[in-house]
Design a protein around this ligand. Structure first.
Ligand SMILES: Cc1cc2nc3c(=O)[nH]c(=O)nc-3n(C[C@H](O)[C@H](O)[C@H](O)COP(=O)(O)O)c2cc1C
Length: 193
């Protein structure tokens, strides 16, 4: 798949087929995703790839994150769109049946927290595009961040900052692409003769 096609064709997937994703396929995604740039070349990312019973425990925490924290915000922002609220609530409770969840962490270092997050995010975006190229779907989620400590406890993670949760599996939907907003790039100096 051509790069531009992958960039435009990738969608956030919130409904998955139950088919498992072979470990070798995920390993290949990471082999390339981790070629992302990183602040001071620290490569400060740390990913935990979860399937099976532990995946079910992760989903339970996401359900609680919606109920105890993010749900209130979603209901406020989308008060005029009850369907979006219903779908979001259901997605947090099931993660759309995604057979794999990936928890992305930043290993803290001498840089600012912002640099740490940006480096991990660069690797996440690579991962999303590579997954799409392989016919896999993903959804990048920061909604569950409120319950970062619970994930860390469950997975035995210490001294790392939770950045995002990513669902992974074979898509069982083909969402429409949301329109992209205009006027978000400004060019300066190009008209000078
Ligand atoms: C930093 C970040 C956080 C996100 N958090 C969530 C989330 O918590 N739940 C969710 O359903 N989607 C989440 N998304 C997905 C966005 O809703 C999605 O990218 C956006 O609606 C555009 O749709 P597209 O990815 O199909 O182009 C997140 C995306 C990003 C980049």
């Amino acid at each position: 798949m051509e790069l531009r096609e992958a960039i435009k064709g990738r969608r956030s997937i919130r409904k998955y087929k139950p088919d498992p994703v072979p470990k070798e396929v995920i390993e290949e995604l990471f082999e390339y995703a981790l070629w992302a740039p990183s602040g001071m070349n620290r490569q400060n990312w740390y990913f935990v790839v979860v399937t099976g019973k532990m995946r079910d425990e992760v989903v339970k925490i996401c359900e609680r994150a919606y109920r105890e924290y993010i749900g209130r915000k979603v209901e406020k922002v989308f008060s005029h769109k009850p369907d979006v609220v219903k779908e979001t609530k259901s997605f947090f409770a099931t993660l759309g049946g995604a057979p794999v969840v990936i928890l992305a962490y930043a290993i803290p270092g001498p840089e600012s927290e912002k640099t740490d997050i940006q480096s991990v995010s660069a690797a996440i975006q690579n991962l999303l595009l590579l997954a799409h190229e392989k016919g896999l779907g993903t959804c990048w989620m920061t909604g569950p961040i409120s319950h970062a400590d619970e994930f860390s406890k469950l997975l035995g993670i210490k001294d790392k900052n939770f950045v995002a949760l990513i669902t992974l599996g074979y898509p069982d939907e083909t969402p429409k692409a949301p329109k992209r907003k205009p006027d978000r790039v400004r060019y300066i100096g190009f008209d000078e003769s």
